[in-house]
Design a protein. Structure first.
Length: 382
């Protein structure tokens, strides 16, 4: 009897191993994996361009809910900026639903910025995201895209990117959801091993060579979505950090010049290296509570907006460039990105009760008020 049980267990174990092997992506074959829809993970420059011919992209991103308070910072610091080619500068917002003002989202979209997704719930504990099911990932992101387009009155097709809460990876699950729901890119996966030279965006048709900082990372072959790696900054003692506000050894928070030098030093590692997109990933509160940091940030933006080979862009523009790499000279000839402006019939909904937790929420949006506070499984609050 015991023998048969053991034998049965061995069979099950063998079946599990075989299944895992079957889904495991093979090592990347650069001959088979070609742009525009496939790229091996690596620090080589797309299209084989020389670094000095590559537009230095700068991707500035802000996370979490958009509200009336942080809109003041966004207006003060980000509005009315142009790159040296006279095209409007880009910024990407990873927005989660809870406490978000959709009036703010509509305004940011109409300024030409990119609206991306940061989940409907952004819920704790972090382990929820590590173990999340495929079905829950659909509720958190695919449904959030419908919700965002509806309440902010922005075109569904312009929402292309996601960032996972806490940068907690979920193995293959988030990428499988993205592939089936036609998302373009994920920007959640930090690298500390590939900062100099920096890791360029790539696809998951083949096995990734990126270091996995917050496991589980994807291992399967998942054609379609792009990985936009979060290339870490290095703090003053060369300790890597994914968000500027999580760097540990930093200049004094009242030292504007120190902060300016710190930002420029990180920028130059990219600009004087392989020109992998330079990330400035931050949360708005860090800028708002530290005026000297804000002044240094504004000086840095003024600097890059004046350089002929540097472009502050929406993250999705970087992926479009990687798919079809062109030189700075060609890039400067291109027409500016276009977008369809939308209007907002602003409405402030009377306090809405949430069915999932009984809390009362205020909700500003560009549409008609929902019946209940929108949430997982009921993204439009019907
Ligand atoms: Zn967040």
């Amino acid at each position: 009897m015991k023998k048969w049980v053991l034998f049965g267990l061995l069979l099950v174990a063998a079946a599990v191993v075989a299944e895992e092997d079957e889904n495991e992506a093979p090592e990347c074959d650069p001959e088979a994996c070609q742009l525009p829809n496939c790229r091996c993970s690596g620090t080589d420059i797309p299209g084989g361009l020389r670094a000095r011919d590559v537009p230095q992209f700068v991707t500035i991103t802000f996370d979490d809910a958009v509200n009336t308070r942080n809109m003041e910072t966004y207006r003060r610091v980000l509005y009315n900026r142009r790159n040296a080619n006279n095209c409007p500068a880009g910024v990407t917002f990873y927005v989660n639903h809870e406490y978000t003002s959709y009036l703010g989202v509509n305004e940011l979209y109409n300024r030409g910025f990119e609206i991306a997704l940061h989940s409907m719930s952004h819920q704790v504990p972090q382990s929820y995201w590590a173990e999340v099911t495929y079905e829950d990932m659909v509720l958190e992101f695919a449904h959030q895209r419908i919700q965002m387009a509806h309440f902010a009155n922005i075109p569904f097709d312009t929402i292309k990117g996601i960032r996972l809460p806490f940068l907690q990876m979920s193995g293959n699950t988030s990428f499988e959801m993205m592939a089936r729901h036609d998302f373009l890119y994920d920007c959640s996966w930090p690298t500390v091993a590939h900062t100099n030279p920096g890791l360029w965006p790539y696809t998951l048709d083949y096995r990734s060579t990126q270091d996995c900082i917050i496991p589980p990372c994807p291992t399967g072959s998942i054609p379609g979505p792009w990985v936009m790696p979060m290339v870490s900054w290095l703090d003053l003692l060369n300790v890597p950090c994914s968000f500027v506000d999580t760097c540990y050894w930093i200049p004094d928070l009242n030292d504007e010049q120190g902060w300016y030098n710190f930002i420029v030093a990180n920028f130059e590692r990219h600009y004087n290296g392989n020109r992998a997109p330079f990330p400035f990933y931050v949360h708005e509160w860090f800028i708002a509570v530290n005026p000297a940091v804000e002044r240094a940030f504004v000086r840095f933006l003024n600097l890059i907006n004046s350089l002929n080979d540097v472009f502050m862009v929406n993250s999705q523009e970087v992926i479009e460039w990687v798919k079809n790499p062109i030189t700075i000279a060609e890039y400067r000839q291109k027409p500016c990105k276009s977008f369809i402006p939308t209007t907002c019939r602003a409405i402030s909904c009377t306090p809405l009760q949430a069915e999932h937790n009984g809390n009362i929420y205020w909700l500003d949006l560009c549409n008609v008020c929902p019946r209940v506070y929108p949430w997982l499984g009921n993204p439009l609050g019907q």
